[in-house]
Design a protein around this ligand. Structure first.
Ligand SMILES: [Zn+2]
Length: 294
């Protein structure tokens, strides 16, 4: 199944809903960063959330960044999404290995630890909009649910999941976000709660072969699920040698001259996609000339 995001409504727009299948993009992220299974699960859950939250944005150029800073062995998990289904991301320590948790599942909470979740929306204004909450469980879906409720005052239900194959490639990945609009009636809320209490994990639904549309039909059963649009999703990075050059130039002359003195080609890799860019001593000298004189 290709990766895509479905946007839908329920109960005559009292509920807005998103669901996605993201196996290919999470596998692409796994390959780019050579992540361990628990790191793949953490990154894959956040990438899936980012893909859905990205398409909540209205502007063509809007950018969303989700940043988890935890005190667990993964350290930070960072995802950036645009409004067109493109996501990229990384974890600070990609090779974390932890024993399974009490439920026999990948211990994402243990790998993330305690810390904060930041949601940064850059809508081309002077200052980006930043919302931050404390992590509640470190399982990511619950943390986003808490974020929506407290920081945006939108009662939400978030489900995210990544299922690995025995050979540690990604078997299934995806998720959903359901949000209650302020005018939602009590009957809608209780029906939704009833539906959610009976639902299995996202990964089970996907592994049963359910499409995002079918997941939403299950979640919004009896609530008149109406698909509004679908959008392809992909792991995509917009880095280039030019962009990395600008980062190097911004380091200043002192840093660059240190690199030149080492008389060796340097390699810089993009955080988000791990693409490696080489700079020869000659190129570094050119960047030195372009950098600030202080
Ligand atoms: Zn990149």
């Amino acid at each position: 199944m290709r990766d895509y995001i479905v946007r839908a409504t329920g109960a005559q727009a009292q509920i807005r809903a998103f669901a996605c299948t993201t196996r290919n993009l999470v596998e692409a992220a796994r390959q780019a960063h050579d992540t361990s299974p628990v790191a793949t699960a953490a990154l894959g859950r956040l990438l899936s959330a980012g893909a859905m939250m990205g398409c909540m944005m209205k502007g063509e150029e809007d950018l969303l960044t989700l940043q988890i800073k935890g005190d667990g062995p993964l350290k930070n998990v960072v995802v950036t999404a645009d409004s067109k289904g493109n996501v990229k991301g990384y974890v600070t320590v990609p090779d974390v290995i932890l024993p399974a948790n009490a439920a026999g599942k990948l211990d994402v909470a243990g790998a993330v630890g305690q810390g904060s979740l930041s949601v940064i929306r850059d809508m081309g204004l002077k200052e980006p909009y930043v919302g931050q909450t404390m992590l509640q469980t470190g399982e990511i879906a619950e943390d986003l649910t808490y974020y929506f409720a407290t920081s945006e005052q939108v009662p939400s239900s978030v489900g995210l999941g990544v299922l690995m194959e025995r050979n540690n490639t990604v078997r299934q990945a995806g998720g959903f976000i359901l949000q209650l609009m302020p005018f939602a009636e009590d009957a809608t809320v209780s029906r939704l709660e009833q539906n959610l209490s009976g639902i299995s994990a996202v990964t089970s639904l996907l592994d049963e072969g359910k499409t995002p549309e079918q997941m939403l039909e299950t979640l919004l059963e009896g609530l008149d699920c109406q698909v509004v649009s679908t959008m392809s999703a992909a792991f995509a990075c917009d880095c280039s040698k030019k962009k990395i050059e600008r980062v190097l130039i911004s380091l200043g002359r002192k840093e660059i001259s240190d690199m030149i003195e080492a008389e060796q080609e340097i390699e810089v890799s993009c955080h988000f996609c791990n693409t490696r860019y080489q700079f020869s001593v000659e190129e570094l000298k050119r960047l030195y000339e372009m950098s600030r004189k202080d």
